[in-house]
Design a protein around this ligand. Sequence first.
Ligand code: ADP
Length: 586
Amino acid sequence: MSEAAISHIRGPVLHAQAQGPFAINESVRIGRDELLGEVLSAHGDEVTVQVYEDTTNLRPGDPVSGTGTPLAVQLGPGILGRIFDGLLRPLSGTDSDFVQPGIYSAQPGEFPFEPLVTAEDQVSPGAAFGRIDPEEGRTQDCLVPPEASGEVIAVAAPGTHREDATVLRLRDNQGREHAVAMSHTWPVRKPRPIGRRTELERPLITGQRLFDALFPVARGGTAAMPGGFGTGKTVLQQSLAKWCEADVIVYVGCGERGNEMSEVLHEFPQLEDPRTGRPLLERSVIIANTSNMPVAAREASIYTGVTVAEYFRDQGLHVALMADSTSRWAEALREISGRLGELPAEGGYPAYLASRLAEFYERAAPVETLGGDNGSVTLIGAVSPPGGDFSEPVTVQTKRFTRCFWPLDRDRARSRFFPAIHPLQAYSEDVADLAPWWRQQEHPEWDRQRRRFLGLLEEEQRLQRMARIVGKASLPPQQQLTLLCAELVNEAFLRQSAFDEVDRYTSPARQAAMMQTLDRFLDRAQKAVQAGVPVDRVKNLSLMRRLRRMGLEIGEEELGRFDELTRQVDDEFDRVNQEEDAQDAG
Ligand code: ADP
């Protein structure tokens, strides 16, 4: 392998004189401690390297050795349920957020292996040849790696094996032998191969009405969630992690301050999986970066995260990755670029910010795996724009590559309206793809109702502007009713506390019931006001209070009560109409 000697060091970046060729993105070992680095560029015999560890003890003259392979991580059964740094090196616990220098991957663990093939079977890339069935935690598949295939020569007997031990020997049709272990390495910047991309056709149900009803993300889709400090990004990401219909959660945390990340490291292991009552961590992988870790590891962390997500996707699982926040990742990119002396583009970020974001978000997809299963990776990236300014480069560029845009609004958060997504600035490009799924779920009216709600909210904004000029009382009754209805949609439907026992999660069936009930109210109220019933009469109906509180009061187990509520809507309006008729007659 090639060797080089350090000529000078600038924080996480160093330059070295090479005696031999280095490849771009080649992984290198540096100095006596064999620190981990990656070649960024090579000009003649000078190579530039970013270092994934603290460079304080390095000196000019120290050796840099090539490894001949790109930066890669060790993927295997042991990664589920654990906390790592940006290069998938295990963090020892909640107190220590440091990794020993020169450690490249987790210590290999031992796992109960059960073969699924026998000698002479033909296996192709991505086929499941074994299963890991731990007493606790999730069953995982062992897959034939993408580059191997052929006839099984030998397979390990059922029992406990080290994850790096050979458990399968193959001979391919050129007569070459392949030794396969439960775990293998994969270069983080290279998407893992798939059979084919499939259509976006199923929503990733999140349990949050604002998303599922108005701005749904597809399984295998992408979403950007920008929001200033205190607007609820972290609470929302945690609600998504807990409730979204994914088999595996990958959480990439890039904290601004050390303590922000230690909060996550402390809190996440305590979160309970609401569906099983077991720790949520058992089906999660956490990748944590704090500001005191080297910036280069933070730059790599989102690619490491998506590589881990793809690894589980390849087992036919649905994976949701949350990155909080990608702004911290972009700052790492900016810092490294600055050290390289590159010409800064907008906001000081390098010109390749956009292409790097694209390389991340393009790896989201629903797929048919090499093994013929269906899996998906959904990517949800929080962005924390300085000063809450959504025109800054990271927000703008992220928006280009994500299909859903979920901006958090400072005014809504300030008035403690959560989730604080702004319903008029948010959008989802997945709606048309997902409407057929809702029709199959016995909610054929989903699309019409969501458009009705959004229409009301848009109209509300226009009318509020007008009301500020002419006064609310001088608006015609139909417009006053629109304001009342929009307020009801906000309060009864969009507001959803992450901390309320009943309301923190809404199933598709409960959401459908709530939308039907509100839809009926809107029909009846509009007809009544058209027929001359005063808006105040509608406003003072005892029903209003029950509608506003239906999310808090009617749980998943008692959906029939929404039908009762709908009947009550009819009864009360029937009564109002009768009174009105009687008055007219009198
Ligand atoms: P950020 O991560 O954007 O700085 P947080 O997620 O920490 O903001 O939210 C700030 C506070 O807002 C939380 O401590 C909580 O009190 C409140 N909050 C945010 N989202 C919700 C929610 N969905 N339901 C109820 N309260 C919320």
